[in-house]
Structure formats: C-alpha cells, structure tokens
Design a protein around this ligand. Structure first.
Ligand code: FES
Length: 123
C-alpha cells in the first residue's frame, strides 16, 4: 500500500505463471501499463485501448475490474468464461496470476467442461 496525501492506493502483485516474473500494479492502473512500466513483459502491446487483441492473457487466479470495453472481435464469450482478458482494459482488485493464452481449441482440450456445457467456470 502506498500513501499519496489523503489518498491511499492499493497495490497488488501480478505474477506471470509461464516465466515466474512478478510486478506491482496499483489499483488505478491497467495491468498492461504496469507490465510495460517494469520493462517488457511476456506479451506485446498494440493499441492500449481494447481494439487489437494483442495483450490477451488468461487470468488464472485473482479479481480484476474491467474498465474498458473489450472488443468482441478479439475476446469471445467463451474466452471470457475461461478467464481471458485484454490487459489494457482491466485493473487489479487482488493479487493476480496470469498465463499466456493458447488457442480456444487448446483451452477446450485443457478444460473439457467448457467444451461440454459452454458454461462459466469459477477460477
Ligand atoms: S493493446 Fe490492443 S487490445 Fe490491448
């Protein structure tokens, strides 16, 4: 937690499961911005506005607030149900663990419940 005058900002630890990288993200900061602030992360970035899909990652655990609209062209309903988000559109509300996204087909193979019922899964 850091203090700015009267204002208190929470900060959360973000861990990238694939690489073991960790970085801090403040509650009022998009996760992609925090990743870029600390140097290159495991993914690229493009528009920083939810329109290109380049910053897509899977949230393995933790809570995020979706502040910007994520283009349906780049995030399908099925992907959202599997915890996939555009990091330029979400801010943390807890410590977060992320992993790189594989294809939807690979996700379904890894998680057959999704393929069977198409329902939401708790992460
Ligand atoms: S950088 Fe383009 S959607 Fe996130």
């Amino acid at each position: 937690m850091i203090f700015l005058g009267d204002m208190t900002l929470l900060k959360y630890d973000i861990t990238v499961e694939d690489t073991g990288e960790t970085f801090v993200c403040h509650e009022n900061e998009f996760i992609l911005n925090a990743m870029l602030r600390r140097g290159n992360g495991p993914i690229s970035h493009g528009c920083c506005g939810g329109g290109c899909g380049v910053c897509k990652m899977r949230i393995v655990s933790g809570l995020v607030f979706i502040e910007k609209r994520m283009s349906a062209e780049h995030i399908t309903r099925e992907e959202r149900e599997n915890g996939i988000a555009l990091l330029c559109c979400v801010k943390p509300r807890s410590d977060i663990v992320l992993t790189r996204v594989t294809t939807t087909h690979e996700l379904q193979r890894a998680n057959p419940l999704t393929a069977i019922n198409g329902g939401a899964l708790k992460l």
